[in-house]
Design a protein around this ligand. Sequence first.
Ligand SMILES: [Cu+2]
Length: 130
Amino acid sequence: MNKQIILSLLITVALIGGAVFFTRDNSRESDLGEIASIEMVDGKQIINMSAKGGYSPRIVNAKAGVDTIIKMKTEGTFDCSASLVIPEISYQKLLSPTGVEEILISKDKAKGTMQGLCSMGMYNFQIRFN
Ligand SMILES: [Cu+2]
């Protein structure tokens, strides 16, 4: 009897913990989508992002059909998110651990959903041109 109570308590705790974990994770992802810093400079769209233990923001909503520059900031980035690949524009580079890398996307490529990822495919981000 006692064992059963303890077991059901453990299951309840696990369920609540799981629910909190997943709810948190979801809201975090949408928050990151909102805080994408995009500015227009000389008719070019600048997307400010950072790479360290993954990419931030994970999802960026950007304007399509505009010359675009991703400014990818690294700061003590020694994990594999420094090894950046953007297949759609045949981009592949090992970023320096600290600095800002400018990645050019011509306006004819700035359409649809563009994905960037680390060379291992462990971390990723999406730029949604619309
Ligand atoms: Cu990786």
